[in-house]
Design a protein around this ligand. Structure first.
Ligand code: UD1
Length: 386
């Protein structure tokens, strides 16, 4: 193969479902930039869930490290990804690697790129919960990644400020908005709600966080309490494939008439479910942004969030992880239509749907192709899609 050295090879690397959904619009935007060639490299940290997300966006990876094993530990994963990723980046002659967020794949890919002398661009840079134990190990992954990057794509000015506080230089930071906003709006607009959910008063639930595993039964019990109190509501919980999650929640939540446990949903079906729900209850990072972007209130089943913009804007409510407290927060909202409507009307603090375009232009700018894009300002996002 002869390489065209005037074209810059940007490798977009990821391994889990949420990384794929939030990188898909970035790949599309990079494809539209002249002078860049995009190569998609996946680790396969999550096999089924990643493949399902790739299918929704019609993406076929150029290279796949296929690292997942059953009940993998974080150090197993790290030990498999780093050397294979380094070899692959060399083979692909990468000029830049774009990583996303805070997974084990993110950090390992950034480290492999760093030791190979390849510039790293970090999408969703600068989120901080302030606690190394919540989310674990994501807070460490995102901080470790930040010290290895050349370009940082901070979704909001708050995340930019976090990076500046840690000594990153302003010239490499771009405030872009969240690419989750770009993805969820595009997909929800074309996705269809499952027929059996139409006309129901839906509450969508997800829980999978590692640090929540010890309290996941408690959280499930809280959801059970609330579901029993609200037979008029239909709860839908697509359960993560992690067997540890399944073992914790299934015995508590199966068998309730208005609580449906499903297999993981494809991203289009999930987007339609979220858009049609009155409330989301979740410990996921991404759902906080997706709820805010669709104008759906979110109860966050965690003690801290790295996405405080939504709490401040009034569309997110932090419920903690203790059974009685979680029940109280959910109960207060599900019995108060006025409060739910108020939360629904809050501005979206996470983006305007143009984050991917800004990222692609910033990458092009880095290679001397085009102008530096301006930063996104929250005021321009104060309207929900109709
Ligand atoms: C990972 C990410 C987390 C992200 C989440 C999204 C890290 C440290 N954590 O956590 O940030 O929010 O993915 O899902 O990188 N499994 C399957 N098939 C799949 C996916 C998972 O069987 O498609 C099983 C495997 O047995 C695996 C286990 O689930 O061992 C856990 O998956 P893993 O990707 O290691 O970690 P998560 O806890 O999902």
């Amino acid at each position: 193969m002869t390489a065209d050295h005037t074209v810059k090879n940007v490798v977009v690397a990821f391994g889990t479902r949420p990384e794929a959904t939030k990188m898909a619009p970035v790949i599309e935007a990079l494809d539209r930039q002249e002078g860049l060639r995009v190569t998609v490299l996946v680790t396969g940290q999550q096999r089924e869930q990643l493949d399902s997300a790739l299918a929704v966006f019609g993406l076929t990876p150029h290279a796949d490290l296929n690292v997942m094993t059953e009940r993998q530990t974080l150090s197993d994963l790290t030990g498999r990804i780093v050397p294979q990723a380094a070899r692959k980046l060399r083979e692909l002659q990468a000029d830049m690697v774009l990583v996303h967020g805070d997974t084990t794949t993110t950090f390992c890919m950034a480290y492999a790129a760093f030791v190979e002398g390849v510039a790293v661009g970090h999408v969703e840079a600068g989120l901080r919960s302030g606690s190394m134990t919540e989310p674990f190990p994501e807070e460490a992954n995102r901080k470790l990644t930040s010290v290895l990057t050349t370009l940082d794509f901070a979704p909001t000015s708050l995340s930019r400020d976090n990076l500046l506080r840690e000594g990153k230089t302003p010239g490499g930071i771009f405030v872009t908005g969240q690419t989750a906003v770009d993805a969820v709006r595009a997909v929800a607009a074309r996705a269809e709600l499952r027929a059996s959910w139409r006309g129901k008063r839906l509450v969508a639930v997800t829980m999978h966080r590692r640090e929540n595993l010890p309290v996941m039964r408690e959280l499930a019990l809280a959801l059970r309490d609330v579901a029993l109190n609200h037979p008029e509501r239909h709860f839908v919980y697509p359960v993560h494939l992690n067997p540890a999650v399944r073992e914790a929640v299934t015995p508590v939540l199966s068998g309730l008439a208005n609580f449906e446990l499903t297999e993981p949903l494809a991203y289009d079906e999930m987007s339609a479910l979220m858009a049609a729900s009155d409330l989301l209850a979740t410990d996921s990072g991404g759902l906080q942004e997706e709820g805010a972007s669709l104008g759906v209130p979110v109860v966050v089943l965690r003690n801290v969030t790295e996405r405080p913009e939504g709490v401040e804007a009034g569309v997110l409510r932090l419920a903690g992880t203790e059974r009685a407290q979680v029940s109280r927060v959910l109960e207060a909202l599900l019995s108060n239509e006025g409060e739910l409507a108020h939360m629904r009307g809050r501005p979206n603090p996470y983006g305007d749907g143009q984050a991917s375009e800004r990222i692609a232009r910033a990458v092009a700018w880095h290679f001397g192709l085009g102008k530096r894009p301006g930063d996104w300002q929250v005021a321009s996002a104060a309207v929900h899609p109709s």
